[in-house]
Ligand binder design. Structure first.
Ligand code: COI
Length: 356
């Protein structure tokens, strides 16, 4: 973590919403905490760093983001340990990934000290928004977007970097049903699939809505060219345990988000002596594993989703129900270990926890 302190103007709310907020049964993303961090990119530098009450902001209808979607974001979480200290999971990795996404979308990078100090100060001010309820956390949403008022198409000259926080429970409250998508594409090689860019999510809404209308929770995207290989799920990376091996798609094609939970699960899996295969899984191989009973587990990994168990997979119109999870299933063990690290219940051997 950076030690450098940078000047941030603080304007605290006179009317906290904490007292009137119900922290029981927290859904994902519905409540935003009292304050937000804001920085402006003007004349080639980030400036006007401030924390102010969360609330509406003025946007000119000609704002470039509204028209062309030059916008990237991140998602990370803060937890509270038994001593009441604030723990942030792998914030350095999110900071780096925000800038990788920014580069792809022609957005200026956010310096590490602005990201870290903005987040640190915001968490200090809104620390009482970190839920104490088991399994809950404070979701942190940094994002950068174009701020030029201009209808021509070119990279903006002005940007805003902002951080919001939101007390959350699980993104998926129960095991999910997914549908293998073989008509629409989320990403293609050379595209923006690896970036956490707003447009990737917008483009997935229509196909996902179609699947939701048929009763599925999410899609399992396949590669955009042949639709023969499983890629990710849009809201999360996906992993399968087949014949005792953990299989997940590689991120080398640039079509899949380099999930930080994905990376953490793979590191923990290797430590647990679980054989890991980072390779593309053919839809046919997945179907065959479901039919033969070789598919033991399937789950998604993500900051919001954590480790989300998959209970049903639809392939080419046919529903396959996954077996009941066995005692000691890998996904349960890895979720427990991840949670124990995030909530500070066990020693963090990996340097993943940032203490604030
Ligand atoms: C996250 O896991 O942080 C995401 O951004 C996924 C989003 C669908 C909430």
């Amino acid at each position: 973590m950076m030690n450098k302190t940078i000047p941030i103007r603080i304007d605290k709310t006179k009317q906290s919403r904490l007292e009137t907020t119900n922290f029981d049964n927290l859904a994902f993303g519905q409540i935003i905490s009292d304050h937000m961090f804001v920085a402006e990119y003007k004349d080639g530098e980030w400036q006007e760093l401030r924390i102010e009450p969360y609330g509406p902001m003025q946007i000119n209808p000609a704002n470039a983001t509204l028209h062309y979607g030059q916008s990237v974001f991140e998602g990370l979480k803060a937890y509270r340990n038994e001593k009441g200290e604030i723990l942030v999971f792998r914030g350095d990795a999110n900071q780096r990934r925000l800038n990788e996404s920014a580069r792809r979308m022609c957005i200026p990078e956010v310096p590490e000290e602005i990201f870290m100090e903005g987040m640190r100060k915001l968490l200090e001010i809104d620390k009482d928004w970190i839920p104490r309820q088991p399994g809950c956390s404070l979701y942190i949403r940094p994002f950068v977007f174009a701020a030029d008022d201009y209808l021509g198409i070119r990279p903006s000259n002005n940007y805003k970097f902002m951080i919001l926080t939101s007390p959350v429970g699980n993104y998926y409250s129960k095991p999910v049903a997914v549908k293998v998508e073989t008509q629409y594409a989320r990403a293609v090689e050379g595209g923006t699939g690896a970036a956490k860019a707003a447009g990737n999510y917008a483009g997935s809404l229509f196909p996902a809505r179609k699947a939701q209308n048929e009763g599925y929770d999410q899609l399992l995207w396949t590669d955009g060219k042949t639709h023969q290989y499983i890629e990710e799920s849009g809201t999360m990376n996906v992993m399968f345990v087949i014949d005792g091996k953990l299989i997940t798609a590689p991120t080398s094609t640039g079509t899949i988000l380099k999930g930080i939970t994905r990376d953490s699960v793979l590191i923990l899996a290797r430590e647990m002596n679980m054989p890991v295969e980072e390779r593309f899984l053919a839809v046919g191989e997945l179907e065959e594993a479901l039919i033969s009973g070789k598919l033991e587990e399937a789950f998604g990994t993500g900051t919001a989703a954590t480790v989300a168990f998959i209970r049903l997979i639809n392939i080419h119109g046919k529903d396959y129900v996954l077996p009941e999870k066995a005692d000691g299933a890998f996904s349960t063990r890895v979720l427990t270990q991840l949670d124990d690290i995030k909530y500070g219940r066990i020693k963090d051997e990996y340097g993943w926890i940032m203490k604030f």
